[in-house]
Design a protein around this ligand. Structure first.
Ligand code: ATP
Length: 282
């Protein structure tokens, strides 16, 4: 049996530059991994099948599951005749803007590579990951990175200094495709990605909080008042560095001091059913 952790990501920046001919948006995003993770186990099966089991009712246990797709892709590509049984212990909220499914796919690529001794490098796993989804290569790489193109061109960056991340997800799911379809390129308030890269290099926590930005936040928060309410609550509780991650609806706050992070965490509990206080993994 082989085990892999699949950590969630948050966006420190998310910018949309233009719409590409292939239908994807050209993006620029700074992402970092956090210590909120799914846990996966992988076991060889003699029958030539992929089986996936998860107790989470929001997660499909069939070919719609990105971990299933990752295992199937590797098996087909390398003509592996044995099967694999995957158990998925879900901790990352689903459809939350935290790349839970993509991270499960990345963990599956790593896990199946080890299980069958295929010997693929991290770069090769990233390339295969890009066939499954735009966030998968970043999830294979982990740490902190700038993602460009449709999200698969990666440049590793310095990670933020150690800090707390308080996350709150309202009980609504958001479709990434739906939010991107509402982007109006003329009306975006672009984050300063270059400035974010510089403050990361300088380990400047206040600078990181200052340069957080996500062009999708006004779209999702206009559609879902719960997102606006969480942002307001976090700010009222003294939250620093408050931003929505990905296409939402999860909102996070970066906090240096533990007592302050606890205060923000407590102010959100009761208001929101899914609230977390974790560390940046970096
Ligand atoms: P993205 O921004 O990449 O869409 P997300 O974090 O917003 O990611 P996910 O948690 O990955 O969203 O879930 C999006 C959809 O993908 C869910 O509605 C779910 O049905 C499907 N899905 C497929 N595989 C998984 C998985 N392993 N874990 C969670 N959801 C999955």
């Amino acid at each position: 049996m082989i085990y892999e952790k699949a950590p969630a990501k948050i966006n420190l920046t998310l910018d949309v530059l233009h719409k590409r001919d292939d239908g994807y948006h050209e993006v620029e995003m700074v992402m970092t991994t956090i210590d909120l993770a799914d846990r996966l186990s992988f076991e060889v099966m003699n029958s030539n099948r992929v089986e996936i089991a998860s107790e989470n009712r929001f997660v499909p246990n069939d070919k719609r599951n990105l971990a299933f797709q990752a295992a199937t892709l590797i098996k087909e590509r390398f003509d592996i005749k044995q099967g694999v049984r995957i158990h998925l212990d879900k901790h990352i909220p689903v459809a939350a803007g935290l790349a839970g499914g993509s991270s499960d796919a990345a963990a599956t690529l790593r896990g199946v590579n080890r299980l069958f001794n295929i010997g693929l490098s991290q770069e090769e796993l990233q390339e295969i990951g890009a066939e499954i989804g735009s966030d998968v290569p970043f999830c294979v790489m982990g740490g902190t990175a700038l993602a460009k193109g449709r999200g698969v061109e990666l440049q590793p960056l310095s990670s933020p200094p150690a800090c707390w991340v308080v996350l709150a997800k309202p009980s609504i799911g958001v479709s990434t495709k739906d939010i991107y379809s509402k982007v109006n390129l003329e009306q975006l308030n672009h984050p300063n990605t270059q400035a974010m890269i510089e403050v990361l290099e300088n380990h400047d926590f206040k600078g990181i909080c200052k340069h957080l930005g996500n062009v999708l936040q006004p779209i999702t928060s206009t559609m879902h008042h719960q997102v606006r309410q969480i942002i307001q609550r976090m700010n009222k509780a003294g939250g620093t560095g408050v931003l929505m991650s990905g296409s939402g609806p999860t909102v996070f706050s970066l906090v240096a001091k533990e007592e302050k992070a606890e205060r923000i965490y407590n102010s959100l509990r009761g208001f929101c059913s899914e609230v977390y206080m974790v560390r940046i993994l970096g």
